[in-house]
Write a protein that binds this ligand. Structure first.
Ligand code: ARG
Length: 400
């Protein structure tokens, strides 16, 4: 008999998937729920998996690993897909796959399964990552193959006495983790419609008094808030709560999915957006110009790789080596200013700062050699000057 390890969320689709695979494919199902910081009652999730028919249900707390090995590299790369989306869901899939594969080995399974539909990016990430890590494992996608509507699934659950939690949030497809929250579907499928206020939960403004928030970085990774050292999970959690309480950190965009669909997406990512902004700002004083520019060129490509499910790829690994090397001096502090509905940088400092006061100042402390500029500027413009005289505007003015 075949054994399958299913990436289990506790929701309707993966609960029905447990029973459907047992009935239709004659397999044993082991459920693996990964805690990537989405919160929730894990005992209840385990019980639901077992009630649906799983032979085993495991909850893996992967928050630390997710933060250190997936979120931190993305932050060092200032990774924003299409310039805006900090890759919330895209980052969690590879860590979940890593644990799915480990569980498949441990439980002697010959396949893994996920609950993604055929229209999204997540199926791509689950399957491509699994094939990269464990080409011998089969990947099953029950939700993609069963052809049931949402109503069918609910009926299926009732018929098989599978406990489900039906809430009003179910009109939306929500994916949560430490790095943020993605909300799709419902009335937002019309890109002109305003997202209903009820969809927001991390970015509801409650604070009215402006304040500062100082983020300390060590080699590109945030390590403290207002001088207090914090582990990465706790730090991100704290920044989410503080920045979110100013009602800042929402994204409303139409993005290009890997499968060719344009999709209206809304996100809440207060910590991700604030930390990327702070990190990039610290780089502005700690990275030499050419390094800063070349890195910026790679960042969008890096974000695309993650979005497109190519986390476990040699190009991604090579980019990581470059990015890690670039971060050796990215240590220091950035001060964020929070005001209702706003978050911005208003100060940065670093022991490795390349900002030279003597060179920059217009005051008496000026150490810049002004006399060097005249020759430099003349040579900088020499080629253009020659062009102008022979072929450009200068040739017409004085030509024969
Ligand atoms: N569009 C985002 C992405 O592809 C979010 C996907 C969220 N997934 C979900 N099941 N709601 O990364």
């Amino acid at each position: 008999m075949r054994r399958v390890v299913l990436a289990y969320s506790g929701g309707l689709d993966t609960s029905v998937a447990v029973r459907w695979m047992i009935e239709e494919l004659g397999v044993e199902v082991v459920c693996l729920a990964a805690d990537v910081g989405q919160g929730g009652d894990w005992d209840a999730v385990r019980e639901r998996a077992l009630a649906a028919g799983a032979v085993e249900a495991v909850v893996a707390d992967v928050r630390e690993e997710f933060a250190a090995d997936y979120v931190a590299p993305a932050l060092k790369a200032n990774a924003l897909y299409e310039g805006r989306y900090p890759l919330v869901s895209a980052l969690s899939r590879p860590v979940i796959v890593k644990h799915l594969v480990a569980a498949a080995r441990y439980h002697g399974a010959d396949a893994v399964a996920h609950g993604c539909t055929g229209k999204g990016n997540d199926q791509v990430r689950f399957e491509v990552s699994t094939r990269a890590l464990a080409p011998d494992l089969e990947v099953l996608a029950p939700v993609r193959s069963w052809g049931m509507t949402r109503e069918d699934s609910i009926l299926y659950a009732y018929r098989h006495e599978i406990p489900i939690v039906a809430t009003k949030e179910k009109v939306y497809s929500i994916d949560d983790n430490l790095w943020g929250r993605a909300i799709e579907c419902g009335e937002m499928e019309d890109p002109w419609r305003v997202p209903p206020p009820g969809v927001w939960s991390m970015t509801v403004a409650t604070e009215t008094e402006p304040r500062d928030l100082v983020i300390g970085f060590d080699e590109g990774v945030p390590v403290s808030v207002d001088g207090e050292p914090l582990g990465l999970v706790e730090l991100i959690d704290r920044v989410n709560r503080v920045v979110g309480s100013y009602g800042w950190g929402r994204i409303d965009m139409v993005e290009n999915r890997r499968v060719g669909i344009k999709s209206r997406e809304t996100y809440e990512c207060p910590a991700a957006l604030a930390l990327i902004m702070a990190h990039a700002d610290l780089e502005s004083i700690t990275l030499e110009r050419d390094l800063e520019r070349e890195k910026a060129r790679l960042e969008s490509r890096y974000a695309e790789l993650i979005y497109d499910g190519l986390w476990f790829s040699p190009l991604k690994e090579a980019f990581d080596a470059f990015i890690d090397e670039s971060q050796r001096k990215v240590s220091g502090e950035v001060r964020l200013r929070l005001e209702p509905g706003n978050c911005y940088v208003n100060g940065r400092r670093s022991p490795h700062s390349l900002y030279d006061y003597g060179l920059a100042t217009y005051d008496a402390d000026d150490s810049f050699r002004h006399e060097d500029s005249a020759g430099f500027v003349r040579l900088w413009g020499l080629g253009l000057e020659t062009w102008s005289a022979r072929q450009g505007p200068g040739s017409e003015a004085t030509g024969p």
